[in-house]
Design a binder for this molecule. Sequence first.
Ligand code: ADP
Ligand code: MG
Length: 404
Amino acid sequence: MLTVNELKNVKGKVIIVRVDFNVPQKDGVIRDNNRIVAALPTIKDLVDKGARVVLLSHLGKVKHKETPEVVEAQKKKNNLSIAAPALAELLGKPVAFCPETRGETLTNMVQNLKDGDVLLVQNTRYEKGEEKNDPELSKIWASLADGYVMDAFGSAHRAHASTHGIPSILKAEGKPVAVGYLVEKEVANLTRCVDVKDGDRPYVAILGGFKVSDKIKVIESLLKKCDKILIGGAMAYTFAKALGRTVGTSPVEDDQLDYARRCYNEANGRIVLPIDSVCTNGFENWTEKITTNDSNIPDGFEGMDIGPKTIALFTDEIKKAKMIFWNGPMGVFEQNDFAKGTIAVCEAIASLNGAFTVCGGGDSAAAVKQFGYKDKFSHVSTGGGASLEMIENDGHLPGIDVLK
Ligand code: ADP
Ligand code: MG
């Protein structure tokens, strides 16, 4: 697979770069420009080489099945023009914006680019065909370019026109397609978690978050590769119930009980479950908070976080690890009272010496950042869903495989 670093002779060439500028925003104000910052190395590299850079990205959702009024409102809300001045400031040079996703305006703007110029195109999801990987749309976009770079890791698990259609056409035409610096780094780090070397054992996975059903494939993939899997968060209660423990009013997926039991048995002692819980008599307006003595939860209470004995048990297992993959918070970390388990896992991972440690998953990565541990990890993935699918699919993602 070619990397942007290896792309030579791009001076004067039009290179489409698929970036992830799906930034959190409200009323046209960008609340966090991390994703734009993350794309800078690739954009700068191409600018320095004299390429004519055309950036494509989606922003939010546009549901084309809704009424025309709703679609218009969604387009207005997700207008990508806000990213152009933000990028220009970070790059220290002007960034042109094309308000159209196809047609004469776009063609002219691309044709008028000079070497080293940067053009950002309107939200790819303004096009109905984007999420359908529509061949006609892909052809229109591909016809603008002499080459393609994929640097939108957060979108690499989707086979859309901008992530899959364009590079397949360009590749077939013998034009260069490559990964950008951000994707290269993500792939290298996450591949190490699925392609396990002896030196990386013991390999400990930590899983949490809300639903077992969201993560069945992740659990299965990790079961094949890990020496231990520590399970916390809400999903632990489905396992607890499956093993005959009482769970009170904790969130449980009854249709996953058989699956959880089978998994637990197949794991042969490698799945470690909580041995105590912090519980409340309600999710939000609770009045009583207790810590259980064991893995049973009394009637009328629901588990909100792992308890102190579980923290000690999990910390012990983490301390032995040479490699860690973590997905999913240990409790309702958004509420201060139930952030202890998640922070303790951060702390245990941070205190490891020389281990390779990765956190992937939207909410878990947000927790790691929020609690100030981002720099202590070998890698915190920028792609929520993409990082999980990379683990699930043994290192394969459609938006990356297409470049090989
Ligand atoms: P990720 O995005 O890291 O993959 P998930 O989306 O699966 O993680 O889950 C994150 C959510 O799970 C958080 O909002 C958190 O509050 C919730 N959660 C964790 N533990 C519990 C629990 N015991 N009860 C209810 N919700 C929980
Ligand atoms: Mg999530």
